[in-house]
Ligand binder design. Sequence first.
Ligand code: NAD
Length: 289
Amino acid sequence: MKIGFIGLGNMGGPMAANLAKAGHEVAGFDTAAPMPEGVSKADSAAAAATGADVVITMLPNGKILRGVADQVIPAMAAGAVLCDCSTVDVDSARAVAEQANAAGMGALDAPVSGGIGGAQGGTLTFMVGGPDAAFATVQPLFDIMGQKAVHCGEAGAGQAAKICNNMILGVTMIATCEAFALADKLGLDRQKMFDVVSTSSGYSWSMNAYCPAPGIGPKSPADNDYKPGFAAELMLKDLNLSQDAASSAGADTPMGRQARDLYAQFVEHEDGRGKDFSAMLPRFNKLNG
Ligand code: NAD
């Protein structure tokens, strides 16, 4: 396939490289990042999109996505598919899809989970919103960049799945960290705490797969001095998106709001920026004295 790839940062760079390695013809554009191996450099977003069967975007936020969509949609051929893999607000995802549909193109919102390791290894999970035909067109590319693509529903459904998942993740990580900090105060050995909770009703991905206590459970960022991993400021971005979506949809999400406020405090007023989101545990330990 002929692919235009816009946004070649930490995630987009390796994703584009994997597509090129698999034999696709990839034209890339980024305002700052270098071209990954095998990707030819286009002079603009519109140039990368011209003649492409699929245009993939991997950008920082919804405002930038809307700006890039304004440039690429007029350059795309009718029948081509615009596939946004960034994590953005549901409203931007739906607006861009409508704009693309009105111009005769397919559109998908296809945010990912799996982080930079997943992008490099081609093991991402895609959660996808948009019509069946567009999903079928892009599926072979999802198979190269990832291990799984779940078609979640119409436009915006992929972003909805992503922010709901990450809202659960933010809340359970905080719950796991505050419980460890309480266990410390109560004199309970951390390994015993893990042995019990990881096989009891308090278990979760945060406890079992990404344990925030160093030296306990499988290897995680806690074992690497809380270097990300998944940075606290990226968790804050996703929790802001879920709270924005909750207010525009009229949903009550009190735990999501608490989690957002706590990560905002950690990142903006404490020393959380640049640390993994599981560094909530040493934060609670410090507060607890
Ligand atoms: P990044 O900042 O490394 O990459 C974004 C790239 O977009 C940068 O290279 C930047 O120069 C480029 N860019 C910005 N404006 C542009 C424009 N107008 N035209 C062309 N290029 C432009 O970020 P990332 O870590 O690659 O994340 C990308 C997206 O993926 C974000 O939405 C993020 O929330 C999401 N995401 C990231 C991770 C992760 O672990 N990093 C995991 C899942 C999802």
